[in-house]
Design a protein around this ligand. Structure first.
Ligand SMILES: *Cc1c(COP(=O)(O)O)cnc(C)c1O
Length: 406
């Protein structure tokens, strides 16, 4: 049967508050009482955890509130376990560093979030001796050719930032598995919409800062994977989350846990509006990248990967030809129409727009931008759900007219 993230989330054991409250309590403690001194060595050797008669030990290791958020996120992704971190980039960095050491190789998509690109291209090779090969992730022959016996990770985003290229997760999982590598998928763009682990991804990472948080008020991340991998990340001696320490505050975990019950509703509305905008833009012959449109190169692929009922996501990109026109367009919408903000990030309840080449993807060189298909006039729009759809479209049309595109 098809995976249903809403049903999966609803089946997670509910955590009542300390006094029977409908919401869980916030466990704001950094250390935990060991009730019997004799069991301390057992706890430290990892033989006695919170579920087996021990205790949570110390807040950087495990916090019950953060632990519950991890369980909820794991349910949404359909993985055995999950754990939340203080940012998306720390979740990505820790997952990768847990899997790779000096001399190991990563095959990564060349169209990924700029911060991840810089981490893989500059930081990790320099600091750890990990080698990274970037490929067009849609080109399976290129992916296979880049794989070697040292490849430990194949890395991609489910839907890429900002070009809206959809990754063929089943094929990539197959290639990775044959090579003895792990497929790591960043699912930040499509929570609920797609569940990469259901299609063979080994590890799913998230920036919770975007759609999952939904209010542009919290930086946070998560790793969803097997129980075994999550415990590796938290190992007292060799765990990258444990030892590098991107710990999520329990208050933040509590806040985020209250946003999961309506994540599905929000994603549906983001998608419904983005689909409407994309269809209108296509009709007006404005170059638009949106995987919900039937002429998008990976539309059929995505149709086969999505969970039913959540649409195709809240992001689309339009090419306005030049960066000057892109800037004028965004200025007009923000200043004259009070529609949207000229701001990086995405997944906010209001609309955010940015010119990717000169902002979130500015870590890429001009050649890399061209290879990744990021045009200078490309405006990425993360469509919010405030205001009425008809009114918002009318505003968007006026902005297009203002820059001479209508
Ligand atoms: C924002 C983002 C990240 C980084 O997440 P932070 O929470 O800012 O650390 C990683 N991947 C994608 C696709 C993103 O959009």
């Amino acid at each position: 049967m098809a995976f249903d993230p809403i049903q999966s989330l609803s089946r997670v054991r509910h955590e009542f508050g300390e006094h029977g409250g409908v919401n869980m309590s916030i466990e704001a403690s950094t250390t935990y009482t060991v009730m019997e001194a004799g069991i301390m060595p057992e706890i430290f050797q990892g033989r006695m955890g919170p579920d087996t008669g021990g205790c949570y030990l110390y807040g950087r290791h495990f916090n019950p509130t953060v632990y519950v958020l991890g369980r909820y996120l794991a349910a949404i992704e359909g993985t055995e376990a999950g754990y939340a971190t203080s940012s998306g980039i720390s979740a990505i960095a820790c997952a990768i560093m847990q899997l790779c050491g000096p001399g190991d190789e990563i095959v990564a998509s060349n169209a990924i979030y700029g911060g991840t690109f810089a981490l893989l291209k500059e930081y990790l090779p320099l600091k750890t001796g990990i080698k990274v090969k970037f490929v067009d992730i849609g080109d399976m022959e290129a992916v296979k050719a880049a794989i070697s016996d040292k490849t430990k990770v194949v890395y991609t985003e489910s839907i890429s930032n900002p070009t809206m290229v959809v990754a063929d997760i089943p094929q990539l999982a197959d290639i990775a598995q044959k090579a003895g590598a792990q497929l790591v998928v960043d699912n930040t763009f499509s929570p609920m919409i797609m569940s990469p682990a259901q299609h063979g991804a080994d590890i799913v990472v998230h920036s919770l800062t975007k759609f999952i948080g939904g209010c542009s008020d919290i930086i946070a991340g998560a790793v969803c994977a097997s129980k075994d991998f999550i415990s590796q990340l938290m190992d007292l001696h060799t765990g990258s989350i444990m030892l590098l320490g991107p710990t999520m505050d329990p208050r933040v975990a509590f806040d985020l846990s209250l946003r999961l019950p309506h994540l599905g509703l929000r994603m549906k509305e983001h998608s419904r509006r983005a689909m409407y905008f994309a269809a209108q833009l296509a009709q007006l012959d404005i170059p638009v990248a949106y995987p919900g449109l039937s002429d998008h190169p990976q539309h059929d692929l995505l149709t086969g990967l999505v969970n039913e009922g959540f649409g195709f996501g809240g992001l689309f990109a339009i090419d306005l030809g030049t960066s000057d026109r892109a800037f004028e367009f965004m200025n007009y919408l923000q200043q004259q129409e009070s529609f949207g903000y000229l701001a990086v990030s995405l997944g906010y309840f209001d609309t955010l727009m940015s010119c990717s080449a000169s902002s979130t993807s500015s870590e890429l060189t001009e050649d890399e931008l061209r290879e990744a298909g990021i045009q200078p006039g490309l405006v990425r729009v993360s469509l919010g759900y405030t205001g009425t759809l008809e009114d918002r479209w009318a505003q968007f049309e006026r902005a297009l007219r203002h820059v001479g595109k209508l």
